[in-house]
Write a protein that binds this ligand. Structure first.
Ligand code: HEM
Length: 128
């Protein structure tokens, strides 16, 4: 039996990447990362509640270069997701929805999240 050639749906690779598309995906990815990151906070709080020994152990892990890298990423994820949330909040007022404005908002989300993360780490971690 011959198979009829049917139209196929466009695949992901043929779409031109746009900043709004990237920020939409990042919003979901950071939402998922925030779930995982929150467990780090819970582990730290439980360790603190259990006693000085467990707290020292957790602090040693979180204070290692890898721990710091993960915490830096978690900070950025939280801040980026929050900025994305504020972007959605602005859209709730039915403003900034034109194509150019959407891109501006998407870029602003990225720039703001990187800037705020660096500020937070500068103030609370690097310069104490
Ligand atoms: C640890 C804290 C948070 C976690 C674990 C979290 C997690 C998530 C997840 C998993 C989603 C679903 C993403 C999707 O299906 O596309 C989501 C969506 C959303 N989050 Fe969060 N979130 C957190 C904090 C926040 C904050 C602080 C804000 C606001 C400032 C916010 C605003 C939003 C909004 C507006 C959406 C819906 C986006 C859409 O409609 O596409 N979230 N969040």
């Amino acid at each position: 039996m011959s198979v009829r050639a049917r139209p196929t749906s466009p695949h992901l690779q043929i779409y031109r990447w746009t900043i709004t598309m990237a920020m939409s995906i990042l919003h979901r990815a950071t939402g998922i990362a925030n779930y995982a990151g929150m467990s780090l906070l819970v582990i730290w709080l439980v360790a603190a509640a259990v006693g000085q020994g467990p707290l020292d152990q957790v602090n040693a892990i979180y204070g290692s270069w890898f721990g710091q890298l993960v915490l830096f990423g978690f900070t950025w994820s939280l801040v980026h997701h929050m900025c994305g949330g504020i972007r959605h909040f602005i859209w709730d007022f039915a403003v900034m929805m034109e194509p150019g404005q959407r891109s501006t908002m998407a870029w602003a989300t990225l720039v703001a999240s990187i800037t705020i993360t660096l500020l937070v780490w500068t103030v609370f971690v690097w310069v104490k």
